[in-house]
Design a protein around this ligand. Structure first.
Ligand SMILES: [Zn+2]
Length: 93
Protein backbone atom coordinates (compact mmCIF):
# COMPACT_ATOMS: atom_id res chain seq x y z
CA UNK A 1 0.00 0.00 0.00
CA UNK A 2 1.28 3.47 -0.78
CA UNK A 3 0.10 6.84 0.41
CA UNK A 4 0.31 9.70 -2.06
CA UNK A 5 0.67 13.37 -1.31
CA UNK A 6 0.47 16.24 -3.70
CA UNK A 7 3.38 18.63 -4.11
CA UNK A 8 1.79 21.08 -1.70
CA UNK A 9 1.76 18.33 0.92
CA UNK A 10 -1.98 17.70 0.95
CA UNK A 11 -3.27 14.15 1.02
CA UNK A 12 -3.94 12.93 -2.48
CA UNK A 13 -5.01 9.27 -2.24
CA UNK A 14 -4.10 5.73 -1.33
CA UNK A 15 -3.11 2.99 -3.73
CA UNK A 16 -4.10 -0.44 -2.52
CA UNK A 17 -2.19 -3.44 -3.74
CA UNK A 18 -4.07 -5.47 -6.31
CA UNK A 19 -5.95 -8.55 -5.09
CA UNK A 20 -4.64 -12.03 -5.76
CA UNK A 21 -3.72 -12.49 -9.38
CA UNK A 22 -5.99 -14.82 -11.37
CA UNK A 23 -3.13 -17.13 -12.23
CA UNK A 24 -2.31 -17.75 -8.58
CA UNK A 25 -2.02 -21.45 -7.83
CA UNK A 26 -5.43 -23.06 -7.39
CA UNK A 27 -4.15 -25.21 -4.52
CA UNK A 28 -3.16 -22.07 -2.62
CA UNK A 29 -6.47 -20.38 -3.36
CA UNK A 30 -8.70 -23.31 -2.37
CA UNK A 31 -6.34 -24.54 0.36
CA UNK A 32 -6.52 -21.20 2.15
CA UNK A 33 -10.32 -21.57 2.41
CA UNK A 34 -10.93 -25.27 2.99
CA UNK A 35 -8.74 -28.11 4.23
CA UNK A 36 -7.15 -30.03 1.37
CA UNK A 37 -5.56 -33.46 1.64
CA UNK A 38 -3.03 -34.65 -0.91
CA UNK A 39 -4.04 -37.93 -2.56
CA UNK A 40 -1.60 -39.03 -5.18
CA UNK A 41 -1.33 -36.30 -7.74
CA UNK A 42 -4.56 -34.66 -6.65
CA UNK A 43 -5.99 -32.93 -3.61
CA UNK A 44 -9.31 -33.68 -1.98
CA UNK A 45 -11.40 -31.73 0.46
CA UNK A 46 -14.91 -31.23 1.73
CA UNK A 47 -16.83 -29.13 -0.75
CA UNK A 48 -17.84 -25.72 0.62
CA UNK A 49 -20.71 -25.41 -1.86
CA UNK A 50 -22.99 -28.17 -0.57
CA UNK A 51 -23.43 -30.16 2.64
CA UNK A 52 -20.45 -32.40 2.21
CA UNK A 53 -19.89 -35.25 4.66
CA UNK A 54 -17.11 -37.00 2.78
CA UNK A 55 -14.44 -35.21 0.75
CA UNK A 56 -15.99 -35.04 -2.71
CA UNK A 57 -14.12 -32.02 -3.98
CA UNK A 58 -11.09 -32.86 -6.07
CA UNK A 59 -8.46 -30.36 -7.13
CA UNK A 60 -5.95 -31.08 -9.85
CA UNK A 61 -2.84 -28.90 -9.55
CA UNK A 62 -1.69 -29.95 -13.01
CA UNK A 63 -4.76 -28.70 -14.83
CA UNK A 64 -5.53 -26.00 -12.20
CA UNK A 65 -9.08 -27.35 -12.14
CA UNK A 66 -11.46 -28.37 -9.38
CA UNK A 67 -14.45 -30.70 -9.54
CA UNK A 68 -17.02 -31.70 -6.94
CA UNK A 69 -18.68 -35.08 -7.36
CA UNK A 70 -21.43 -34.09 -4.96
CA UNK A 71 -22.85 -30.92 -6.47
CA UNK A 72 -20.98 -30.94 -9.77
CA UNK A 73 -19.33 -27.59 -9.13
CA UNK A 74 -16.28 -27.31 -11.33
CA UNK A 75 -13.92 -24.85 -12.91
CA UNK A 76 -10.70 -22.98 -12.42
CA UNK A 77 -9.49 -20.80 -9.59
CA UNK A 78 -11.56 -17.80 -10.66
CA UNK A 79 -14.71 -19.92 -10.78
CA UNK A 80 -14.00 -21.22 -7.27
CA UNK A 81 -13.64 -17.66 -6.01
CA UNK A 82 -16.87 -16.64 -7.76
CA UNK A 83 -18.78 -19.53 -6.15
CA UNK A 84 -17.11 -18.86 -2.80
CA UNK A 85 -18.24 -15.24 -2.94
CA UNK A 86 -21.76 -16.22 -3.92
CA UNK A 87 -21.95 -18.75 -1.08
CA UNK A 88 -20.26 -16.78 1.68
CA UNK A 89 -21.13 -13.19 1.06
CA UNK A 90 -24.83 -13.47 0.34
CA UNK A 91 -25.77 -13.44 4.02
CA UNK A 92 -27.22 -16.93 4.27
CA UNK A 93 -24.48 -19.07 5.75
ZN1 LIG B 1 -20.08 -29.77 -3.88
Amino acid sequence: MATWFRKDGRFWGVVVDAMATPDEDIIAIIGSRIELTKRGSRYTGRCPFHKDTIPSLFVNPKTQYFLCFGCRAEGGASEFLRLWKANHESGNA
